[in-house]
Structures are given as structure tokens and as C-alpha cells.
Write a protein that binds this ligand. Structure first.
Ligand SMILES: C[S@@+](CC[C@H](N)C(=O)[O-])C[C@H]1O[C@@H](n2cnc3c(N)ncnc32)[C@H](O)[C@@H]1O
Length: 256
């Protein structure tokens, strides 16, 4: 395992939720860190694996709003490292997938702080696998798109009409609120209303819920079942494999 030097920052991903998906490098980082700056999606059981003397600093969102502006988090990491501490910046999933890890890395470079990146399993792939949805499947898709639904809020919005024409399965992060807009754009772009859709709430965790629907009905189903964040939305033919995979897994489990 790499040695965590005082005065450095490790940008790490804790995986999709279940602590079983932590990497060995992140486990080692937890035991070596002096201070852990963590986000809301990091499971409490992961933090329990840290060195008991490590300081824990919450830098996530409270009530949907960030506790600290991003610049303050980056500044905080820099000043903790300058105080010669081993700083573990721990995020849900992978730090470089919709996690603003890239921005923090650039701020550390600018400040001359040594850092390392420890990848984690991103929820948009690990969450799918645990939900028995293969991210790629011969005969169905040769590519997959990981996209944020958050962009529908601002001028960086994705061109959903073009995405619809590609007919490549899409995994949406942060898209529960913007789903009505995204689904209507995808249908307008030519994606069939019958396209299978899965919504995975609290992926990999004990309270995980999986809703299977289609492009036309998914918004009404989400509302009826009161599905909320954190959730992943999977749109495409790969979703239809879930039924066969889950029933086979159930049979195997009953047989043992
Ligand atoms: C700010 S992004 C962070 C993504 C993270 N870096 C990753 O690689 O998974 C937060 C979004 O990730 C998704 N997400 C993360 N963990 C999840 C989980 N356990 N269940 C469902 N969605 C999850 C949700 O879409 C959530 O709104």
C-alpha cells in the first residue's frame, strides 16, 4: 500500500455505498489519515474503518445545499496539508466522476500540495452491476453514456435530442428532479416511449429500491413511488436483462 506522507492530500472514492466495495488502497488510506474530509454519500460504516484518532470533517450537502462552497473546500484541504497533516478527501463513488475531484486536484497543483488519486467504483457502474443490469452486453450496446441530469438546470445542458439519436444506453446521475424534461427531450429526439428505464435509489445499500419502467411512464412511477435522491436512472435495452439475472440469482440463493 502507498505510504501517506504528512503534508499531502489523497483524493479518494469510497464506492457506491456498501463498504464492501471499498478498494484496499482506500482502506489503507483510512487507517493512515490524520483528517478525513468527507461527502454526504460516504457511508457511516466506511468512516468507522478510519483510525479512531482521525479528525472527521463533513463537507457534503445539508438539506440539498452544499455546507461549504467548493473554493472553501479546496482552501480547507490546502490549509490542512500545510499544517503537515495527512488529508484524506473522501467522496462517494469515484472522485473524478461527477465528484469535483478534478477541480480539487487543480487547486492542489496551484498551491503546490502533493496529492494522489485513489479511484473508487462509480455508482453509475457499480450500482448497475449490483442491480443486475450489465453496463454493456454484446448484441445490445457497444458503448454507454454516463451523464449528469444536473446540467438541465444551466447553460451547459446536454443535447438530449442528439443523444436520443445515438440510441446508446444512458446512465443519469443527479437527474430525479430534471427527469420530466430529459425524458420528454429524449422522446422528442426519437427514442421510443417503450424504452426500458430503471431507477435505482440508494444503490448497493440495505434500503436500495429499484423501479423498472419505460421512458413514457417513468416520471409518473417515480412520483407515485416517491423515489428520491440519491438515485441513478438507466435508460436503454440493458435494463431488460435485469429480470432474467435477478430470477437466476434468486434461484441460486434458494438452492444453497
Ligand atoms: C455528486 S454525484 C457523485 C457521483 C460519485 N462521484 C460517483 O462516482 O458515483 C451524486 C450522484 O451520484 C449518484 N449516486 C451516488 N451514490 C449513489 C447511490 N448509492 N445510489 C444511487 N445513486 C447514487 C446519484 O445520482 C447522486 O445524485
Amino acid at each position: 500500500m502507498p505510504c501517506f506522507r504528512p503534508g499531502s492530500v489523497w483524493l479518494a472514492g469510497a464506492g457506491p455505498g456498501d463498504p464492501g466495495h471499498l478498494t484496499l488502497n482506500v482502506l489503507s488510506a483510512l487507517s493512515q489519515a490524520d483528517v478525513i474530509v468527507y461527502d454526504a454519500l460516504v457511508d457511516a460504516r466506511v468512516l468507522e474503518m478510519a483510525n479512531p484518532s482521525a479528525e472527521r470533517v463533513f463537507a457534503g450537502k445539508r438539506g440539498g445545499k452544499p455546507s461549504f462552497p467548493q473554493e472553501d473546500i479546496s482552501e480547507g484541504l490546502i490549509s490542512l496539508a500545510r499544517a503537515n497533516r495527512r488529508v484524506l478527501r473522501l467522496k462517494g463513488g469515484d472522485p473524478f466522476v461527477f465528484g469535483r475531484g478534478g477541480e480539487e486536484a487543480l487547486a492542489l497543483i496551484e498551491a503546490g500540495i502533493p496529492f494522489r488519486v485513489l479511484p473508487g467504483i462509480t455508482s453509475g457502474l457499480g450500482g448497475l452491476a449490483v442491480a443486475s443490469i450489465p453496463a454493456t452486453m454484446r448484441g445490445i450496446n457497444q458503448a454507454i453514456i454516463l451523464a449528469t441530469g444536473h446540467s438541465a438546470d444551466d447553460h451547459t445542458e446536454l443535447d438530449w435530442l442528439t443523444l436520443a439519436k445515438l440510441a446508446i444506453p444512458v446512465v443519469l446521475y443527479m437527474a430525479v428532479r430534471t427527469l420530466p424534461h430529459i425524458t420528454s427531450q429524449l422522446m422528442l429526439g426519437g427514442l421510443s416511449a417503450a424504452t426500458p428505464v430503471a431507477v435505482i435509489e440508494n444503490a448497493t445499500l440495505a434500503d436500495e429500491r429499484i423501479l423498472v419502467s419505460n421512458l413514457k411512464d417513468v416520471c409518473a412511477d417515480v412520483e407515485r413511488q416517491d423515489v428520491g435522491p440519491p438515485a441513478l436512472i438507466v435508460i436503454g435495452g440493458i435494463v431488460s436483462l435485469r429480470a432474467a439475472l435477478t430470477s437466476a440469482i434468486r434461484e441460486f440463493e434458494q438452492a444453497v
